[in-house]
Design a protein. Sequence first.
Length: 309
Amino acid sequence: MDKISVIVPCFNEEEVLPLFFEEIVKVISSMKECVFEVLFVNDGSSDGTLKVLKEFSKKDDRMKFISFSRNFGKEAAIYAGLKEATGDFVVLTDADLQDPPTLIPEMYRSLTEGEVDCVATRRVTRKGEPVLRSFFARMFYRIINRLAKINIVDGARDFRMMKRSMVNAILEVSEVNRFSKGIFSWVGFETKWIPYENVNRAAGKTKWSFFSLLQYSIEGIVGYSTMPLTFAALLGILFCFISLILICVIIVRTLVWGDSTAGWPSLACIIFFIGGIQLFCIGILGEYLAKTYLETKKRPIYVVKEKSE
């Protein structure tokens, strides 16, 4: 019998976990041809998430948990789950039921009957999501697909089922600054996409603010493209060329019409503008330097405080 490991990152999901437990048990009961383990990863929750997970593990020995010493982020939770999973097939899903567990049987059939290595999901609608967030999300996919040497499908979710071979390849990518959507694409393997309409959270509140999503998008672009560095270099060359032209214009003007103090407001604006461009380019360099600095420290991606037996 095939073994399926379901990995569920959790951060302050006390309200929705009982609902998720009911849904995943229904799915497990319907797939009697498989053996299941459900691995919850508590990412330093400050509510009663850990207590609920301990109750699950006592109630059902298929339910296991890992608890971090603090909040290390969803990317670390995903990596920890993949590392601990022992199944022939591994499922990644969120606890908020925005990823419908009812799709798991279809994923399994696609992997066993077809010649694909991964079955992933993508949202075809963003109904219920703020308009501004939806706009920037679409722009992010367009930008990263243009800049990076990877292809990320618009609306792609982390919700997917993978064969063991793909999971092992992902675990080889042990970088600290992780961007899972990019890693899934970078390792390759054949992927089948299942479209579905957006589903709202069953309970609780989202942990992703606009600013945290913006940081996450920058992480993805910096992690999988050096184009921002090229852009900064080209911008520097362009402004050097413009400054040479302006110097020539000033020399000719002085020789023909004489020196004048007129125009100092526009000169001040130009200085501020060029100073802003310089700081912007230094900021791009700083992002790459910061990532390199963190990688060279060789710190662990996460620290486990306790886990189920």
